[in-house]
Design a protein around this ligand. Structure first.
Ligand code: DX5
Ligand code: ZN
Length: 219
């Protein structure tokens, strides 16, 4: 599908070396990329823990990459200010927990930070509909969130198609992002349907030539 937006790759630092996050950021920069995807997990919404605003702030001091912060939290609305203060350039929030979603998106936008919603693989695409005019990005999870290294869920492809169609038909302007099990092959299936923003953890950090991988995946 023809897209006006250039395709972007946002490597997920979840798959990098957590004892040397600075080096994990550096390899993204050296691969010629502009975005890093930061996975924030709370041990409740997802059965895993990662890191918080303090780590994001420390990383910010070591990098000028675009910080794409994916909040996997039950209460994301309580953490917007800390992550923005820490240097987030974009914050995405899940649709599944019970909290004021619209107000949270508005709070992010008000601070001139890009915002978007995230849908788990089994969350119906219609759940996102009312929020789309507020979104700079819509993230479709292509694995159940919580862990890297899982297999891509093909059953999410129809949702990509719908969100891409709605974007065109309704004159909306969000980026369409996928996260989970993205490699050269699955990325292609997604970009064909209108995805313009790819998250890759395992496949990126495993690639021996990361610049070549980056070029190939967005080609
Ligand atoms: C999963 C995270 C992903 C994860 C992707 O909960 O949101 O960003 O790092 O990892 P891979 O690319 O290994 O599936
Ligand atoms: Zn993520």
């Amino acid at each position: 599908m023809n897209n006006s937006r250039p395709t972007l790759l946002a490597p997920s630092i979840l798959a990098g070396d957590h004892a040397d996050m600075r080096a994990s950021l550096r390899v993204i920069e050296e691969a010629g990329l502009e975005w890093v995807h930061l996975d924030i997990m709370d041990g409740h919404f997802v059965p895993n823990l990662t890191f918080g605003p303090q780590t994001v702030r420390a990383l910010r001091q070591n990098s000028s990459l675009f910080f794409d912060v994916h909040l996997m939290l039950d209460n994301p609305h309580q953490f917007i200010a800390p992550f923005i203060d820490a240097g987030a350039d974009q914050i995405t929030i899940h649709l599944e927990p019970d909290y004021p979603i619209k107000e949270t998106l508005q709070e992010i936008k008000k601070k001139n930070v890009r915002c978007g919603v995230v849908l788990n693989p089994d969350t119906p695409v219609e759940t996102a509909e009312e929020f789309l005019p507020l979104c700079d990005i819509v993230l479709l999870m292509t694995v159940q969130p919580g862990f890297g290294g899982q297999a891509f869920r093909e059953d999410v492809l129809p949702k990509i198609k719908t969100l891409s169609q709605w974007r065109g038909e309704r004159g909306l302007d969000y980026r369409l992002q996928v996260d989970g099990g993205i490699d050269l092959l699955t990325a292609h299936h997604c970009t064909e349907l209108g995805v313009d923003t790819l998250v890759a953890g395992t496949a990126f950090y495993k690639a021996s030539d990361k610049a070549a991988f980056a070029k190939q995946i967005i080609a």
